[in-house]
Design a protein around this ligand. Sequence first.
Ligand code: PMP
Ligand code: GLN
Length: 389
Amino acid sequence: LNRRLAEFGTTIFAEMSALAVSTGSINLGQGFPDTDGPEEIREAAVRALRDGRGNQYPPGPGIPELRAAVAAHQERRYGLLYDADTEVLVTAGATEAIAASLLALLEPGDEVIALEPYYDSYAACIAMAGARRVPVTLRPHRGEDGAPSFRLDLDELRDAVTDRTRLLLINTPHNPTGTVLTRAELAAIAGLAVERDLLVVTDEVYEHLVFDGAEHVPLATFPGMRERTVAIGSAGKSFSFTGWKVGWVTAAPALLSAVRSAKQFLTYVSSGPFQYAVAEALALPETYFAAFRADMQAKRDVLAAGLAEAGFEVFRPAGTYFVTTDIRPLGERDGFAFCRALPERAGVVAVPNAVFYDHREVGAPFVRFAFCKQVEVLQEAVKRLKTAF
Ligand code: PMP
Ligand code: GLN
C-alpha cells in the first residue's frame, strides 16, 4: 500500500460484517437493510435485463431516463432545477460519486474540511487526491429536554477555514451520529462557503430518512450555492438496494463536467439494467417515501428504546438509519475493544465510531448500531444486549 493509503487497511464494515458471519451474530454493524426495496422496482430491473436494456455499456453519464428522473426528483422535492444533460451524472453508488468529486476538484496540498466523525471513504479519497483533511468535530450536546445529540459548532467550522481550504465536505443527514443539520446551520455553512469562495461537496444519501418532522434542506438551495455545490444521492439508501450501486451527482455544468472526467477513469459506467429500475424508483409517489420514512422511524424507536433499557446512553438520531450510543454508563470506555468483544458477549455486531475520527480519543466511547433491520431482529438484538449487560 502506498504512503497515501497506508493508514487505511480494511474498512470497518468489511471487518465487522465478517465477524458477524463467523460468530453467527446479529449484524447491526454495516448499514444495509435486511428487507429489499419495492417489488415493482425489482421487477423493473428484471424487465430491463430481459429486454436487453443496459446489458451492454450504458452511456458514460448514465442513461437519459435516469438523469431525467434525478432532475425531476430534485425539482419536485426541492425546487432545484438541473439540466439532465449537463448537470446530472450517474455513478457507481455514492461511493464513486464521492471519489470522483474529490479526485476531480482537489489539488495536492488543498485542505478539505469534513465533519468529524466522518464516513470512512472521505478520508481515503481525500488522501488519494493528495489533499489534507481538516476535521471539525461534532460535539455532544444536551437539548432543553435533556436528550443528547451531536451538534456542529459553527465557530469551530469558521476557525478551521484557512487560505488553503478548497472544499467543505458536508454530510446531512449525518452518518454515524444521525444529526440533521438545521436550516440555520446550513445557511451559516452556505454563507461561509460564499464568503471564503469554497466548493462544497454535500453527501445527502440519507435525504429521505429524516424523522419527527425534521426537514432535509439541500445546500444547493441557499443563495450563491448552486454554482459551488456538488450534491450526492444514492439508490442504495433511498430505495434499499445497496447491492445495485447506483448513485448520482447534481452540480452546475463546470463542476459536473470535472466530476464526470474523473468518473470516466474510475469505472467508466456501471449497473446498466439497474439504472432503468432506479429511474422508475425516483418517480415513485410520495406515499412510498413517507412509508419508508415511517418504517425506519418506528425501527429507530425500537432500537433506541432497547439500547437505553440495556444501559447505553442513546443519541436519538433525527435522520439516517444509525444510532450512536455512549458505552460509558456500562462501565466501558473503549469502543474498539467493546465491538470486538460484543459478538462473543452478546451475539450482536456494532461499529466503533472511533474509526470515523482523527481524534480517536474523542470518538473512543461511542458505538454505532444500524436499525435498518426487521423489528423482530432488532427486538432479538435488544434482548441479547439486555441479558449481557
Ligand atoms: N455516504 C454515506 C454517508 C454513507 O453512509 C454511504 C454508505 N452507506 C455512502 C455514502 C455510500 O453509498 P453507496 O452505497 O451508494 O455507495
Ligand atoms: N454506508 C454503510 C455504513 O455506514 C456501509 C457501506 C460500506 O460498507 N462501505 O455502514
